[in-house]
Design a protein. Sequence first.
Length: 354
Amino acid sequence: MLIGTGMKRLLLSLSLPLVACYGGERRNTGECPAGETCSPETPGGLDFVGNRLVGELLLSGPRATAIGGTQAIALEYDRGDGVDVALDLPFTADDNGGQGVKVDAISGSQVTVRGSGSFSNYVRILDEDGLLMDRKELTGAALNKIELVTTDFEKVPPNTQLAFASGATKVGVALYGDVQTGSGAASQRIIDTSMALDFASATRTAWDTLEINSTPGSYYIGVTAGDKPAAPIDFIVVDHADSVIAMTGNPSTIQPSTSASVCFQAMSGTRYVAGLTWTYTVDGVTSTKGAGDLTRNCVSVQTAKVSGTVSVSATAGGQTTAMALSVATTRELPATQPAAATSWITTAGDRAAM
């Protein structure tokens, strides 16, 4: 999976650390690594672009690969005109013994690696003469948790399992492992593009995403990933919500001529219902957010008022709730806003510990 020039420009416009994330050692430092003899064909080094994770905006830089699983690393370089393109020069790949990942296959501009252990090792890309084009440390990690996640950045309450709205819906399957870092091990999303997903009549739209048209009920999605046996993951489908409530952490005030984000949660028992269509009314003005809309369970509230309150109501799954924001005076500061999207992309859901 290659990252396009348009996406790169978008990430750069957002001041995101694109090169530091994707770049190999030579690309990031501008120097040939110690002990290596570098190729003149890629003086600017290479980008190593991993597979995208459902529910996350950025492509992987790359993330750890599940032991027993695979990841396709796309190689790109700058030919001198400031535009990154897929590597179109002959190359080979070396994994330095492959304690963490081993080179599994080469196809076009991609190197597929397979997780081999809870370690990191360099993957070295070499030209026809055996000279280093660039290298990057890649990591393997043991799969220890699987959960279902939303696909369009809904804000899900922490530690809350999911139910999904009936009808056509997209379901993400997230893999987790304890990834070794310089300060120890940390639980992170990991990748296995060879993961098998089993659900009758589902359409697979990405390595970790299913599109399912289902009726209310309790089902299982069979997931086989890494070096683990198949695991049945609860997939709960509902046609309504039991309640809609304002989320903890919403602001209670709003400044004149500014905006504030207000979020709500639709619940079926103790589960957050993902994939609903939301209707909002803010001081009499109605709007709707559904499939294709980011953060569909949050609404941006704006006001030109200088005093009083702003009324906000939210409806989803047949349930409605309402709240009011006080218009703050110029001496008052608004309450803390909900966290930015990138801090809650990884959401709690159904999981199977292995």
